[in-house]
Each structure stands twice: as structure tokens, then as C-alpha cells.
Design a protein around this ligand. Structure first.
Ligand SMILES: [Zn+2]
Length: 139
């Protein structure tokens, strides 16, 4: 028989995962990856995933795209740089190899054209590649 996990423990772990991701909400997928338990005990204890988030004082996410606004916050910026291994995705320039290199986090679809500040629409470019790029996606 599976050991019963008490609600306080579940809530504390939900908060710990939210802290790790730096967000005010977490998806079930993120919890499965980072949490101490599966999502089942929390869903069973609180009725649903969203209820569990509410009980932990977190907000309810929308389709996993959390607070997708126009601004790129520091956490998102870091996540993009990390995903791209801190290198320009076009020319491969890296500040680790050349201190002159400055990396920018760039919108693939420009904000002016409805591009959003979500990780899928962001890429790492060095200043040279970024300034060489117009809104028309040159290259
Ligand atoms: Zn570059």
C-alpha cells in the first residue's frame, strides 16, 4: 500500500518546485520532473491539479505558458541563454571564448508583429548578428 503523504508535505513540495522554476505556477509536467512525488497524491488530496496549486498559494497556469507577456523577464532571459548554451545561434560566438561578444535575447517573431515573450519565440544572438537583423528576418 502506498504511503500516505500529508497535505502540508505536498504543499511544501509544490512551493519548493515553484521556487526552483522561479514562477508563480507550475504545470503537472514540471512537477513530475522536479517534485519529490508524482502528481497523483496532490490531485487525490486536493481534487485537481489546479486546486492543489491554489492550496499551495500558487496561481493557476494557462496551457503551460505562464505569464506570457511582451517583456522578457530575467528568468526567461536566462532560460533562453541556457537553452542556447550561451552562444549566438547564428554564428556561434560565445563570451566564454571572446570577451568582446555580447549576447542578446532576441524575439524570432518581432513584438511589433505579434511575437510574444515565450521561450519558443526567443533566441540568443550576439550583438553583431542582432543588429544586422532587420524586422524582415534578413540573412
Ligand atoms: Zn552572432
Amino acid at each position: 500500500m502506498p504511503k500516505r503523504i500529508n497535505n502540508d508535505t505536498l504543499i511544501a513540495d509544490l512551493r519548493a518546485v515553484a521556487d526552483k522554476t522561479g514562477k508563480t505556477t507550475i504545470t503537472a509536467d514540471e512537477y513530475r520532473e522536479l517534485g519529490a512525488f508524482s502528481t497523483k497524491p496532490a490531485m487525490r488530496a486536493f481534487g485537481s491539479w489546479n486546486q492543489a496549486l491554489v492550496r499551495a498559494g500558487l496561481s493557476i497556469g494557462r496551457k503551460g505558458n505562464i505569464r506570457a507577456g511582451k517583456r522578457v523577464n530575467l528568468h526567461l532571459r536566462h532560460a533562453v541563454l541556457k537553452r542556447d548554451c550561451f552562444r549566438c545561434v547564428q554564428c556561434g560566438a560565445s563570451p566564454a571564448r571572446d570577451v568582446q561578444v555580447v549576447l542578446h535575447v532576441d524575439h524570432i517573431v518581432p513584438v511589433a508583429k505579434g511575437g510574444r515573450a515565450v521561450i519558443e519565440n526567443l533566441q540568443t544572438l550576439c550583438s553583431l548578428c542582432n543588429f544586422g537583423k532587420s524586422d524582415e528576418l534578413a540573412c
